[in-house]
Structures are given as C-alpha cells and as structure tokens.
Design a protein around this ligand. Structure first.
Ligand code: NAD
Length: 287
C-alpha cells in the first residue's frame, strides 16, 4: 500500500471548491470525508463529484476502476465531529468570511489528533489571522486551489510566520500526490495569484467603463496578444463579480493601493444582480 503524506482528509464546505478538493484527494487514494452545514449543499457537492468522474470516464480521461475506487473512498456527512475525528488533514472551503473560518477551526481543533494539519482555501484573507484562532497556529497553512480543482494544476501554498517547516514539507508531498504544481508564497494580502489576477480584472473593467473597447475585444486582447487562456472580464464573470468585488475592496484597503478599488460599473452590476455566470448575466450573457 502506498504511504500518503495524509491518509484521511476532511473537507469542510462542499461547494464549488470543497467538492473539487474532495474529488482530487479521493482520486489520489486518500480516504475523504466531506462536511457541509446544509444537507442540500452536501448532496450537491457529492453529486458534482459523481458527475465530474462520469464525464471523465465518458471522455476517456478516467478509468471506470479509478472512478469507482474514488467514489468508494468518499463519504459525506452533516456531522462535523465524525467528519474530522480521524482526519490527519482538514481543509476548509467555506465562504470568505474571516470570523467564520476562525470559528470553525477553533471548534475543530479539540476534535482532532495533535498531529493533524489544518489547511485554509482562502483566496485573500490573512492566513495568520485565521491561524490565530488555534491554540497551535503552527499547524495551519494556506492551501489555495483553483476552480475547477480537478483541472487546474496550481496549488498556492501560503505559510504564515509560525507555520511549522514540517507542515510545509508534508503539504509539499501532498501536492505532488494530487498532481498539483505547488508555488510557495508569503502570507501577504492577495498572495501571488489573487493580487495579480484581481488587479488585471479591475483595470479591464475600468477600460470598459472608459469605452476603450468592447468586453469581447478587451478579452481577446489578452487571449491572443498575451496568450491568456481566458480574458480578464470573462474570468471575472466565471469567478463572480460579487466575490471579486469583495476581494478588490479588501486588497485596496490592505495594500493601500487604489488600483484594486472596484470601479463604479462593477458596483452597479453587483447591485443590480449581474453577478456573472452564476446569475446568467455579467459582462457576457450566460443563458
Ligand atoms: P461556495 O459558496 O461554493 O461553497 C461554500 C460552502 O460552504 C457552501 O456549500 C456552504 O453551504 C458551506 N458552508 C457555509 N457555512 C459553513 C459552515 N459553517 N460549515 C460548513 N460549511 C459551510 O464557495 P466556494 O466558491 O467554494 O469558496 C469557498 C472558499 O474557497 C472561499 O474562501 C473562497 O474565497 C475560496 N476560493 C474560491 C474560488 C472560486 O473560484 N470559487 C477559488 C479559490 C478559492
């Protein structure tokens, strides 16, 4: 049997990111338990893993054996303690609210072994602030995955000042097992990815506001001119205008840099419910 860096992984939050992280861990041979406060959200997450794996089989990317084995290793629950009690790695993927993430880790810490490691999938919040909720903050590290998790190769690993070296080394082995390429980043607002990505997105919206070019042409400029796989406005639609607006506000404040300030057009679109792909309308029509 293969030795894993972590053999029992608990995923807290079964949404867009949580179910994807659960899937890649189960495919890599780890036992996975996934938790969500909402029964319907948990079921949606489990169904999404099934659907992704079935699609993989249909496309010849995943064998039937691997799909079946991964599904056997994945269990869901709405009971937090039974989800985490045997886990040696707990990854949270709950909404981007500092107090929520802190409260969850504080609740989980007494439920797990002293050797368990905590990972946060935050896209922008201070990892040190999240770790501050623990009696042993050295056990927590940022594990920033990308959407869709089973396709995107990057894992951004964020150490805060007291993250233990042994935790970094274990997480590095874990990243290789789930076939991700890790980059190592300091706990600085926006890390490497969100800081650059959100900055480009905000500038593209300002250009649209100023009538420089259409949304499609601004995106094509980056796709064909800079070989980006997707343009900054379409990407903002895919992530969600509301999500990006909150990250922009946070980064403008934390980095004291107006380039991150959400443009008026973005604020108007969010206020009117044009949130991008998830609402059917954003810079593009998704219906
Ligand atoms: P989501 O809204 O799709 O999923 C969040 C899930 O958490 C929901 O199913 C919700 O029911 C559940 N939840 C809420 N409160 C909970 C609690 N107390 N305990 C357990 N579950 C709870 O959100 P998401 O897009 O998956 O984002 C999750 C995290 O990942 C955020 O921190 C976000 O910033 C980060 N992230 C998102 C993306 C992205 O592209 N969506 C990419 C990278 C990182």
């Amino acid at each position: 049997m293969t030795e894993h860096a972590f053999s029992n992984v608990a995923i807290v939050g079964a949404g867009t990111m949580g179910h994807g992280i659960a899937q890649v861990c189960a495919m890599a041979g780890m036992e996975v338990r996934m938790y969500d406060v909402a029964d319907a959200a948990l079921q949606r997450g489990l169904d999404a893993v099934h659907a992704n794996l079935d699609k993989g089989v249909d496309r010849g990317k995943v064998s039937e054996e691997l799909r079946d084995a991964a599904l056997m290793r994945l269990a869901g629950s709405t009971d937090l303690e039974t989800t985490v009690d045997a886990a040696d790695l707990i990854i949270e993927a709950v909404p981007e609210v500092l107090s929520l993430k802190q409260a969850l880790f504080a609740e989980i810490e007494p439920m797990v072994e002293d050797t368990a490691v905590f990972g946060t999938n935050t896209s922008s919040l201070s990892v040190a602030a999240i770790a501050g909720a623990l009696h042993h903050p050295e056990r927590l590290i940022g594990l920033h995955f990308f959407n869709p998790v089973h396709i995107m190769k990057l894992l951004e690993v964020i150490s805060h000042p007291t993250t233990a070296d042994a935790v970094v080394a274990r997480v590095c082995a874990f990243g290789a097992e789930i076939a991700k390429e890790c980059i190592y980043v300091k706990d600085f607002p926006g890390f490497a990815t969100s800081r650059l990505g959100v900055c480009l997105g905000m500038e593209a919206i300002r250009m649209l506001e100023q009538g420089v070019a259409s949304a499609a042409d601004i995106d094509t400029a980056m796709v064909l001119g800079y070989r980006h796989p997707v343009g900054p406005l379409k990407l903002t639609d895919m992530v969600g205008l509301d999500v990006r607006m909150h990250i922009g506000e946070y980064l403008a404040r934390e980095l004291n840099n107006p380039a991150f300030e959400p443009p008026a057009l973005m604020r108007e679109m969010v206020a009117s419910g044009s949130l991008g792909k998830k609402s059917g309308r954003g810079f593009y029509d998704w219906d």
